[in-house]
Each structure stands twice: as structure tokens, then as C-alpha cells.
Design a protein around this ligand. Sequence first.
Ligand SMILES: Nc1ncnc2c1ncn2[C@@H]1O[C@H](COP(=O)(O)OP(=O)(O)OP(=O)(O)O)[C@@H](O)[C@H]1O
Ligand SMILES: [Mg+2]
Length: 316
Amino acid sequence: MAIIVCPKCAKKHNVNVDQFKEKRPSLKMIAARCKSCNHRFPVKIDQLINQENKKNKAPAKKKSEARKICVTLSKGGVGKTTTSVNLSSGLALAGYKVLLVDTDTQGQSSYILGKKPRAGLTELLTKELTPEECIVRARKNLWLLSGGKSLAGVKRIIDRKSFGAEWTLSEALKDVDDRYDFVIIDTAPGWDQLIVNVLFYATEVLVPVALEVMPLQGLSEFMKSLGSIQKYRKEIALKYIVPTFLDTRVKGPEAIYSQLTKLYSEYMCTPIRYSESLSEAPSYGKSIFEFAPGSTGSADYRELVRKVTSDMDALF
Ligand SMILES: Nc1ncnc2c1ncn2[C@@H]1O[C@H](COP(=O)(O)OP(=O)(O)OP(=O)(O)O)[C@@H](O)[C@H]1O
Ligand SMILES: [Mg+2]
């Protein structure tokens, strides 16, 4: 059914479009007569068909929510930033829309991606600028909300809030994140109000664990802190443990890896091997996929993209 409106008296009339489509497909125009005022006027058949098609179209499916994955561990230098940047880059290359949020005052994510944004997370959290002004496009499918020194001031603002401080980041991102398939959040080492904010925003936790010295202690301490957040926020859960700095030439890391696997088998991902290319890529402002696509680092982060997306063909 379509509706014809009389141009003279504005009376609406229902018309069965099928009678024209099926019985007289070659007909382009009809002369309609208003039953109310008797006015005669021309009507294009195409317009009636378009109107009906629009009406019959299924309502647009709501885009599913972005997956919000934070990359975190209180211990420093374990590969959080390297993993955040390369996982985000890999997901973007696999065709997903990704927002990388850097919540670290070191602001390394933008450096690694060769970007110098004038604004970032600070301006979004302080509402000085709009999200469109704060988020920069770093690559095809990859957007960046950069961190940096100015976040120190934001932490003080969050600390001074008398209530709801832990939701500051969630409030700032709530109108933005549904544009993406993934929001990947890099965090600083240590434990502060901004990390608590990240854990109140994200739903999945990815922990990089360096297979070097005493990683198990750092991990179990972090699990305790995560547990204390989970009491108030049920949606956050450990999803992935990514062993990093695997050096296959020596025995130590292999032993730590098998110990980790025994304790946390359900979360374990394929390890990221120690790779010169991974440490060199940042100074060229490139992800591992751009800097050394044939390297072991690239192969390992490709594997992580497959694990996270559950798409074993991603990035082949
Ligand atoms: N698999 C790897 N092989 C070799 N070098 C690596 C690897 N992963 C990371 N690196 C290098 O190790 C250093 C520390 O890594 P990264 O900055 O990612 O750690 P982080 O956990 O983010 O550190 P911080 O806690 O200071 O934020 C960097 O110089 C990085 O280039
Ligand atoms: Mg870092």
C-alpha cells in the first residue's frame, strides 16, 4: 500500500501499488481523482513503488556494541603499549573499526603510530573540546585518542570529584564508542584513579605478562586488584593473558610459560616472541605490520588478532 495526497484538499488516499506493478508494468503515470474534492491530478507510478519499498524495508539493525578491551598490568615494561598499538593496528587491517585510547601520561601510542595530535583524552575528559576534535584518524579503520603529560592534571580533577569519580571515562566515551567495533585501552603502569576508571569502562581485560623475572607475583597482585573492582562492577572480566618477550634460546621463559599455562590455561594466548623488529618499529612511527610484515613479531600479533576476533582467517 502507498499513500497519495491530493494536492488540492490534502486528503490522503490508500492505493494498492500491486495492481500497477503486476497488471500494467509498463505504465509510468496515472491520472488520479480525489474521492473527496473530485480534483484530478497526475501521479508517477515509480514514486508510489519507492514509497512502498521504503515502508517494507526492515528497520536498520542496531549496530552491536563495541568490544572494550583494556590492556593492563601494574608492572611496567611488559609490552602493554606494544600490544595495544599492534593489536589495534591488526584489528584495523582485518577490517574492524578501532578506537585506541591511550590513558598513559607517557603518550607513547601516538608516537608509535607517527602522530602528533594537538588534542586527545585530556581535552575529552575536561570537555574542553568535542570528541570529533579530540579523536584523530591514525590509519584506515584506526582512530586514536592520545594520552600524554596533560593527563596528570586530569587525574587531579578526578581525585577531587566528590562522587562518581570512577565513571569519568565511561561518561566521556559513552556517546562515541558505538561508532567502533573495538575500543582498545592502553594503561600506564601502577595503580591510580585513571586505571580504576578504565576498569569501570572496559568489559574485557588483556594482561601482557613478560616472561622475564617473577611475572607470577605481579599477575596475582593484579588479579587481587581486579577482584576488588569486580565487587562493584560485574561486567569486567579477565579474558586474555598474553605472554610477551618469549626468548626461545633460553630455558627460563619456557618454564615460566608452562607454569602460567597450568595456572591460567583458559586465558592463555600464543606468546609474543622477543623480536628486534618490535623494539625498532616505534622509532619509525610504524606498527609491526607496516615495519616488518614478515617478522616473528608480525606473525605473533596476527595470531593475537585471530584469537581476539575468533576469526582464524583474519589477516591471511
Ligand atoms: N616482544 C618484544 N620483543 C622485543 N622488544 C619488545 C617486545 N615487546 C615490547 N618490546 C619493547 O620493550 C619496551 C617496553 O615495551 P612497552 O612500552 O610496550 O611496555 P609497557 O608495558 O607499555 O611499558 P610501560 O609500563 O612503561 O607503559 C619497548 O621499548 C618495546 O619496544
Ligand atoms: Mg606503556
